[in-house]
Design a protein around this ligand. Structure first.
Ligand SMILES: [Zn+2]
Length: 70
């Protein structure tokens, strides 16, 4: 599991307004090796961007871009 403990929110640093579900490379950073969503205390995201990322991941799963489980 990637740990970003102690880091600031990555999306805030990159000034991301909207997390795109089609951008698999950016959202797969917030998945564990089993395909679960990394919790906020590991990802270091703020609540706004964590919600955006998790919604993007759920949408990408529906569109079969990323798997539900590995
Ligand atoms: Zn943020």
């Amino acid at each position: 599991m990637p740990t970003y403990k102690g880091r600031r929110c990555r999306f805030c640093q990159e000034k991301v307004q909207f997390v795109d579900y089609k951008n698999v490379a950016s959202i797969s950073r917030f998945l564990t090796k089993f395909g679960k969503i990394v919790p906020k205390y590991y990802s270091g995201n703020c609540i706004k961007h964590q919600k955006m990322a998790s919604n993007a991941i759920k949408r990408a799963r529906e569109m079969a871009l990323i798997p539900y489980i590995k």
